[in-house]
Design a protein around this ligand. Sequence first.
Ligand code: SAH
Length: 356
Amino acid sequence: MNPGMPGRFITLVRRLAESGRLSSAGEYRELLDPDVAADDLETLRQEARRLADRVFGRGVYMRALVEITNRCRNNCLYCGIRRDNRALERYALTPGQILDCCATAYAAGMRTFVLQGGENPDFTCDSVCAVVKAIHGRWPDAAVTLSLGEWPDAAYEAFFRAGASRYLLRQETVDALHYGKLHPPGMSRDNRLRCQASLKRIGFQTGAGIMVGSPWQTLDNIAADLAYMAELGPHMIGIGPFIPHSATPLGGFPPGSVPLTLRLISILRLMFPGANIPATTALATLDPEGRRKGILAGANVVMPNVSPSHVRESYALYDGKSHSGAEAVEGLATLAHELGGIGFEINFERGDFKNI
Ligand code: SAH
């Protein structure tokens, strides 16, 4: 190749950095090329981090993760809290326990509470709204994020009116056939996308995302997810490696790739300069340096666990899920130290989406 000319990969990186978009799934696919030179990948990472620095500086937002229930009506083939996993002690936090978790998080300085859980059949629209209202009433300066799966539009509207302003719902994979392999009959890619579209229309800061390296996922699938997210315009993007859970039908598959996850964080940062992108627990679980590597790839969020310690073991989405140390509220000092080591610091602001 002509030494003065940037190669194709770098040309695409520059275009993405300038315009936030590529013109087709085929072009995103080129950015996922497994054979790209290490130097070129490092250029991608640096561009992404430079952009994140410009938007967020060296601050990393904290989101307090409250795992409110591991009961679930669904039976997603990858997920450890799927309905058919009988080897799991099931729990649901009471409203009082949820408020206690938020109080702990608030006292620690956090200003976003993320209530995440399975689709507990005992939860109703009204019961969720009551908890959201109680939290929103007590800490009006904090943001309430929900991550409670698929609901009818009317329920999402009620959650929003109750005071929830953000909702995390990964599409997992935009490819209908791939979606069908990861989920039981009765769940559909179409309903998942309907939910994401509704959340956006209602006015939620909306989170999308995928697992990287889920069984049968191809690079073309990931490219399609990038093209889909370019259209959707999510405000938050959750992206972590698939990690097998031994008590699921997909427990024998290998985990997803950490380097590919990092590459995707960088690509998504270039696509969505103002989006909130966490260095996920799954990334930190698979690689002891995962959290730091995620930040250095362009992530700007960490989600410390504030669930009561006696239930954390039971919220087992995948084997080995990390829920202590720098992944937990008790470990904030450790986290601050860890971030300090790479030139970053905790930012306790609520950190709403920045429309850049
Ligand atoms: N019931 C909610 C929350 C699901 S848990 C919902 O449906 O959105 C949050 C995320 O954990 C999921 O979106 C999924 O991407 C991820 N997850 C589940 N099982 C996983 C696994 N085995 N490995 C990695 N991530 C997993």
